[in-house]
Design a protein around this ligand. Structure first.
Ligand code: KG4
Ligand code: ZN
Length: 505
């Protein structure tokens, strides 16, 4: 088995801030080509530079340099085109994006049916679903963009964080294309891509800026100081907000075919947001971290105490039952978003102390497509004089454009890996990053998070181990098998962990 572990090291070191070995590659010759692009704008397409020639590894002494950027970025004065591939969770996505920000194609194949059937993401099934459609999705992205693989300058692919089984499908596809057509690879951090895609949609958005990233697996508040330089002001100590939306939707018997979030948002419009008195998480912790496991439990208890018959789909519920469910949805949403508002306000204060020149708060990730979330956060930024930037909903939920764009940002400054060998064996060991922090933790945010982490699960890494253990336990239970043949019972916190394991872990 050939180990190619070092090939992604440059990408990994730039985000974890470790002075790991860093290979930098540059093109010794650039090929310029004018491509027959589909007319996406009235203006004629600019020339495309495609990097598709020989690569040279810089001297080994450079590999230990803590400086993440190569001193030899490719000479890319013209536009170039990158293919982005995303398979970290339940969407198989690909897109072709030009370096001037023109989206040439975007294709997403969602596993909505699987989600609706199983009420969450089961890794093995998600992997199979990705494997079934990946070739088609990538081909469609290339066809729609009217480009061939040889017209590309590089392939960008999500290498983490996410489900390793799923990540592997995308990375293998990317390496296959890159190996066959001698293209460099850019390994992308999924959450960084959620943040950076805002720079594609908002041309004015310069570093430093703040970002609230809210998805099914993560809640992150970051200060983006520069490309690849992030300070983590806050993170989720248990479940992310998207997971809470998804479980609320499932327990309320909503239609999960478009994922839980949009279903809760829609039903919440009919409800009274003050009807159920949920408490706002982590009030006593004056930091920027998030917790949604407790709110989930509150929602479940409210559903039980109001005798909501969730086994009856909402479409067949009586009007009284429907209005009861709508009240729960609206009350949940109000408090879930209030938690975001409070953390954002504090994070803005912290961030302005570090970087007084910040002008923007980016809100991205699947949950950022929610209109109520956008409206409430707009109020928060108005108070502080910042401007809110939310990418359009199709670029907030998982997509290939954000991966291609993040690839463009890094490729432009010379951060990429060389083409893999054309004949790379299928069983080659490739490095994936299922857990991958984005930047360094802000010291002021650390202590509170740690003390909470201890009371829940001792430490972040223990917590992650718990999630994995409980996911495995829950999967065995679902399959009717337990380690010792007995039925597993879950402590409330642990069962929250197990249910959230449907996402990511
Ligand atoms: O970023 P994303 O597409 O995938 C992950 O990286 O997890 O986020 C998916 C999450 C899901 O939990 C989904 O329910 C939530 O985003 N979501 C929403 C809305 N649209 C998607 N949550 C609330 N309101 C929405 N409109
Ligand atoms: Zn995402």
């Amino acid at each position: 088995m050939v180990s190619l572990l070092p090939t992604l090291s440059s990408t990994l070191s730039r985000l974890s801030f470790l002075p790991k070995p860093s290979f930098h590659f540059f093109s010794s010759a650039l090929r310029t080509a004018r491509l027959p692009y589909r007319a996406v704008t009235p203006a004629p397409s600019p020339p495309i530079t495609s990097l598709n020639s020989s690569y040279a590894v810089l001297s080994m002494s450079n590999q230990n340099s803590p400086k993440p950027i190569t001193e030899n970025p490719p000479n890319l004065s013209d536009n170039f085109v990158i293919l982005g591939i995303e398979t970290s969770c339940d969407d198989t996505a690909a897109a072709v994006v030009r370096s001037d920000g023109e989206i040439l194609s975007q294709v997403v194949s969602s596993q909505a049916d699987l989600l609706a059937r199983y009420g969450g993401v089961a890794p093995k099934m998600a992997e199979e679903a990705h494997a079934q459609v990946i070739d088609k999705v990538v081909q469609e992205a290339l066809d729609k963009a009217n480009v061939k693989e040889l017209d590309l300058s590089a392939v960008a692919v999500t290498i983490g964080p996410g489900l390793s089984l799923c990540l592997r499908v995308g990375v293998q596809k990317a390496r296959k294309i890159a190996g066959t057509f001698n293209l460099p690879i850019v390994g992308v951090h999924h959450m960084e891509a959620h943040a950076l895609v805002a720079r594609l949609t908002e041309q004015e958005l310069q570093f430093p800026f703040m970002a609230l990233l809210i998805s099914g697996g993560h809640n992150l508040l970051i200060l983006a100081r520069d490309l690849g330089q992030y300070v983590q002001l806050g993170t989720s100590i248990d479940d992310a907000i998207g997971e809470a939306y998804d479980k609320t939707a499932k327990w309320l018997g909503l239609d999960l075919r478009r994922s839980g979030g949009p279903a809760v948002e829609e039903l919440a419009r009919e409800g009274d947001a003050e009807a159920v008195k949920f408490s706002v998480p982590m009030k006593q912790h004056k930091d920027c971290n998030f917790s949604y496991a407790g709110l989930k439990t509150q929602v479940r208890l409210a559903i039980e105490s109001r005798n909501v018959r969730a086994e009856i789909p909402i479409s067949s519920a009586s009007s009284e039952d429907r209005s009861s469910r709508a009240d729960i949805a609206a009350s949940f949403q109000r408090v879930a978003v209030l938690h975001l508002e409070e953390r954002c306000e504090r994070a803005i204060e912290w961030a302005l102390k570090i970087e007084p020149s910040i002008k923007y708060l980016v809100v991205s990730g699947g949950v950022a497509s929610n209109k109520y979330v956008r409206a409430r956060l707009n109020q928060v930024v108005k108070k502080t004089g910042l401007k809110l930037v939310c990418p359009p909903p199709s670029l907030c939920t998982d997509n290939g454009v954000m991966i291609a764009w993040t690839g463009i940002e890094h490729f432009r400054v010379g951060r990429f890996d060389p083409p893999p060998p054309a004949d790379e064996p299928e069983d080659t060991l490739i490095e994936l990053r299922p857990r991958w922090p984005l930047g360094e933790e802000y010291a002021e945010g650390k202590s509170e998070a740690r003390s909470l982490g201890r009371c829940c699960a001792r430490s972040t890494s223990d917590f992650l181990n718990y999630r994995e253990t409980w996911f495995a336990a829950e999967e065995r239970t679902r399959n009717g098998r337990t380690r010792n043949g007995r039925t597993m019972s879950f402590h409330p916190v642990e069962s929250d962990i197990a249910s959230s394991a449907h996402k990511w872990y």
